[in-house]
Design a protein around this ligand. Structure first.
Ligand code: NDP
Length: 290
């Protein structure tokens, strides 16, 4: 049989991107499965995205991840979108099927899996999100599609917060509401978490490296022991928000779980093999010195 020395190429476009550890996890998974795949972490500026995607086509990349600032901007350069990516309005992964670039979104599915992995079913539950960016959108839509009854969006910018609440209300069966993010200095004081919240998800950049001491300005006396609290920030995984939620007696889920779960879904799309999730978690934990 003729030898094949051609590697399958995958990678990630972002700016900033230097601190993104996805490549370490995906390469460990390729190695563990004996696959000749590579994952390259690439700094691509917003204005160079079109040229970057043309390069992906020219070099026959098998797959690509997109992170800040490309998740929405990439859509016009793709050939097809999955149902999920269309509803969310953002793409975090591309699969190249014989020259056709298909955009999908696995951020929300990765988060959902971190809930179901601990036996938590969002069906009929009330979810409160801090933030209304790309990650919040993906989590809101996916949990609503998984049967969450009510989604509350608390966001600093009212415009963005209302947009995500409206998008979720229009495209999913869940009830949604925007709540203003009042702060400690305001007459109302820091935002209180609605009492009927079952899951509270921190979806802002607060606590993200390098400002790892950042703590969302909310009323922590309203965080109850029966709430499940999750953070999407993974770098560092034990964020000040999760530490405070733990002190309030709540069960917590780290953003690292979501990162591994969406990475595993991407791996399976690109390779057709079952992802070695244990290897991926171990490698990332090692990377973070945990
Ligand atoms: P975006 O830039 O799209 O959104 C950022 C959000 O954070 C906005 O809602 C913004 O509010 C809010 N925000 C930022 N700073 C503050 C602040 N000081 N006070 C209050 N609100 C603030 O980012 P993404 O949604 O794409 O990413 C958010 C986080 O999610 C990042 O840390 C990213 O690493 C993480 N992430 C993790 C994943 C995982 O697998 N674990 C996957 C995807 C993302 P406003 O609208 O008012 O500006």
């Amino acid at each position: 049989m003729a030898k094949n020395y051609r590697s399958q190429l995958t990678g990630c476009f972002g700016d900033p991107i230097d601190e993104n550890p996805t490549g370490v996890m995906e390469e460990a998974a390729y190695h563990a499965c004996g696959l000749d795949y590579r994952y390259i972490t690439m700094k691509v500026k917003a204005e160079d995205l079109k040229a970057g995607i043309a390069g992906i086509r020219a070099m026959n990349f098998r797959g690509l991840n997109l992170t800040i600032p490309h998740k929405v901007a990439v859509i016009p350069y793709l050939d097809e979108l999955s149902e999920q990516a269309r509803i969310i309005g953002a793409v975090n992964v591309i699969i190249n099927e014989n020259g056709k670039l298909i955009g999908d979104n696995t951020d929300g599915r990765g988060f959902l899996k971190s809930l179901t992995d601990i036996g938590f079913d969002p069906k009929g539950k009330t979810v409160t999100l801090l933030g209304a960016g790309g990650a919040a959108r993906a989590v809101a839509v996916e949990l609503a599609l998984a049967g969450a009854k009510k989604i509350n969006i608390i966001n600093r910018s009212e415009k963005r917060g209302r947009e995500v609440a409206e998008l979720t209300a229009e495209r999913t069966p869940a009830l949604t509401e925007y709540l203003p993010w009042t702060t400690a200095g305001s007459a109302e004081g820091p935002a209180a978490i609605p009492k009927d919240t079952d899951v509270l998800v921190q979806c802002t950049n607060i606590g993200l490296y390098p400002d790892v001491t950042g703590l969302p300005d909310i009323d922590y006396s309203s965080v109850m022991p029966d709430m499940l609290c999750a953070d999407v920030v993974f770098n560092r995984p034990d964020t000040p928000f999760l530490q405070r939620a733990h002190e309030c007696g709540a069960r917590t889920i780290q953003g690292l779980d979501m990162l591994v779960n969406q990475g595993a879904l991407n791996f399976e799309m690109w390779t057709g093999c079952k992802a070695p999730v244990d290897v991926m978690i171990r490698k990332l934990r090692e990377e973070f010195g945990l």
